[in-house]
Design a protein around this ligand. Structure first.
Ligand code: PDD
Length: 297
């Protein structure tokens, strides 16, 4: 396996970062996860745009041009002969002496890692996954804005530990007011009286790229969508629930535990949106391949 580290591809065994790296010492950095379908990085421009937003929100100057970032991703995929994969792009503040001051680090550390995407078990989509509501609250927007896709993931990891303890696949976090926000690595949707509901960005979430696409697809297919403020009770009484992210796409939930053992059906709206999402992916891949065939030959 090969990894892109700073300016070159190196064997994974040589892809080493210093213990003085502020990503390691302080979680000072940002990242993006992308999915590659048939050699094409899905929604690459949107992910890079969000990467720049995260960088700007933490005052980090990305040491590469957008075109060079794209090249580094495709070079890493090529070095690993991968066409169906996920990509993790990480930029940390870089190497520097101990101390919080970002100016201690002269150069950010830039890493692209890829691996084959083997998919989730079919049963996750056919039967739905189990969710739980975590007791740990989502980071306050005013403290660590969830719109920064940062390396500082302890908030989410604490919630993930609770999910595992509850034998659930994903944990949904509430904000300080007790309203629904999002999962540890996903956004949440539910259907109530035929309306597709999802917490608004103001609740303190990462505005997922998949989430935006799903909202768009729902509207295009004649569904009513409500981005708003919701309580866990509204989730328990939903007719359908699903979570979204880049690798999961649209993943239905079967049950929200801890509360009243609510069971949801893998309903028609979840199925429709997953189908439409996958159609959208296929269209995107075809379009990109037609735009620049040389990239995929
Ligand atoms: N996670 N919310 C959080 C906290 C996330 O970490 C993610 C993505 C999402 C969904 O975003 P998108 O649809 O753009 O993937 C929402 C990625 C997959 C990760 O952590 O690897």
């Amino acid at each position: 396996m090969y990894v892109y580290l700073n300016n070159k591809i190196v064997p994974a065994s040589d892809a080493k970062v210093s213990v003085f790296d502020h990503g390691f010492l302080y979680g000072d950095g940002i990242y993006e996860t992308m999915r590659v379908y048939d050699g094409v990085v899905f929604m690459l421009d949107e992910h890079i745009e969000r990467l720049y937003r995260s960088a700007s929100l933490i005052g980090l100057a990305i040491p590469k041009k957008i075109s060079d970032i794209k090249i580094s991703i495709y070079e890493t995929l090529k070095a690993n002969s991968l066409t169906n994969a996920y990509v993790r792009l990480t930029i940390s503040r870089g190497y520097g002496p101990i101390g919080l001051d970002p100016e201690l680090c002269k150069e950010p550390t830039f890493v692209v890692m890829t691996n084959e995407f083997t998919g989730y078990p079919k049963s996750y989509y056919e039967e739905g996954i189990k969710l739980t509501i975590a007791s740990v609250r989502r980071n306050l927007r005013e403290a660590l804005n969830p719109q920064i896709k940062s390396l500082n993931f302890l908030n989410n990891i604490l919630a993930k530990i609770e999910a595992k303890q509850a034998d659930a696949y994903e944990a949904i976090m509430l904000n300080a007011e007790g309203h629904l926000t999002e999962g540890t690595i996903s956004n949440i949707f539910f259907v109530k009286n035929g309306i597709l509901c999802t917490p608004s960005v103001e609740c303190g979430i990462l505005d997922g790229i998949t989430r935006a696409m799903v909202i768009d697809l729902a509207l295009k297919n004649g569904l009513e969508v409500k981005e708003g403020i919701f309580t866990p009770e509204e989730l328990y009484t939903a007719s359908e629930v699903f979570i979204t992210n880049t690798t999961m796409e649209v993943m239905p939930a079967r049950r929200a535990d801890k509360i009243d053992k609510t069971e949801f059906k893998v309903g028609e709206i979840s199925k429709l949106l997953l189908k439409k999402y996958r159609q959208e992916v296929n269209g995107y891949v075809k379009e990109k391949k037609a735009e620049d065939p040389s990239l995929w030959e």
